[in-house]
Design a protein around this ligand. Structure first.
Ligand code: G4P
Length: 268
């Protein structure tokens, strides 16, 4: 990634719009210190649009260009080109004044696993990129894909690992499926998510599962399983199945458009 960064003018970093801070690897600020920067709030279709607006303002105030996108359908993806152009405007003007030949600007997509990098690249390019490197004995060379005549994209995204010392950040990454959710027992993870939702989005669980939110997260969890009729062969209520289904439905947006964190400044 460090080597590839040296080849580009712009680094466009994807974060998950549901957890923009937890899904952002802070190391990239050092790695891409001298580059033009774009933040793409991806999976905006699953996020709370009011909170997405707060995050847009937040990252803008930190000096980033900001785009919101739903890479799965392609919504917002077209914004990347004008954003890159805008960032490169000064440099292009300078080169023009000196009578220099214009070379296309180069952009790289980066972010933690599962944030949507490949989906976005495929939408930008309009096809699935062939992965030469997957074939034995074939060395993968860097490929530049022309997006427009003055913009090229590096076909391999920069992968950053999620970084967290704080357990709360780890939990949010697990809730959204960004990291392997065996940091906790599935049931425990589901109960912790219920706890968050009861606090942040009251009504969301009741309207999906028809259970009262007056009880503790543990009890709400059991009721969800019972209401759905999740039973083991022995007729017991099936906690593991409940946890799988609940986490899956949350991740798929079935509980509504939900964002689990807001910029710190707005909490003050
Ligand atoms: P990565 O390269 O950063 O590792 O992520 P990738 O593109 O593989 O995307 C990870 C998952 O996130 C995929 O789902 C993908 O469809 C989904 N995704 C990417 N961008 C968006 C978005 O903007 N909105 C929504 N709702 N989903 C998005 P999957 O379950 O692994 O595959 P599939 O079920 O879509 O086939």
């Amino acid at each position: 990634m460090e080597e590839n960064i040296s080849l580009v003018d712009i680094v466009a970093e994807l974060v998950d719009a549901r957890i923009p801070l937890s899904s952002k690897n802070p190391d990239i600020d050092r790695l891409a210190a001298n580059k033009k920067r774009i933040i793409i709030l991806n999976k905006a279709d699953l996020a709370d649009s009011k909170k997405t607006d707060l995050w847009k303002d937040y990252f803008f105030s930190m000096g980033f260009k900001v785009i919101t996108a739903d890479s799965k359908t392609g919504k917002g993806v077209k914004e990347l080109y004008p954003a890159c152009r805008e960032l490169m405007k000064e440099k292009i003007e300078r080169l023009k004044l000196r009578g220099r030949i214009l070379v296309p600007s180069r952009v790289m997509i980066a972010g933690i696993p599962n944030v949507g990098k490949s989906t976005l690249i495929n939408k930008l390019v309009g096809r699935s990129l062939t992965k030469t490197g997957d074939k034995p004995g074939v060395t993968r060379s860097k490929q530049w894909v022309k997006i427009k005549k003055d913009l090229e994209l590096l076909d391999t995204p920069g992968i950053l690992w999620p970084k967290f010392d704080d357990q709360a950040v780890g939990l949010k990454l697990a809730f959204t499926g960004a990291i392997n959710d065996d940091i906790l027992e599935k049931n425990e993870l589901a109960v912790r998510l219920i706890d968050e939702l009861l606090r942040l989005y009251p009504g969301s669980i009741e309207s999906r599962y028809g259970v009262s939110e007056e009880e503790s997260p543990d009890e709400v969890f059991v009721k969800i399983g019972q209401n759905r009729g999740f039973l083991t062969k022995g007729g017991e209520y099936d906690a593991l199945r409940t946890a799988y289904v609940f986490l899956d439905e949350f991740r798929g947006g079935k509980l509504g458009k939900i964002t689990l964190e807001i910029p710190l400044k707005t909490c003050e």
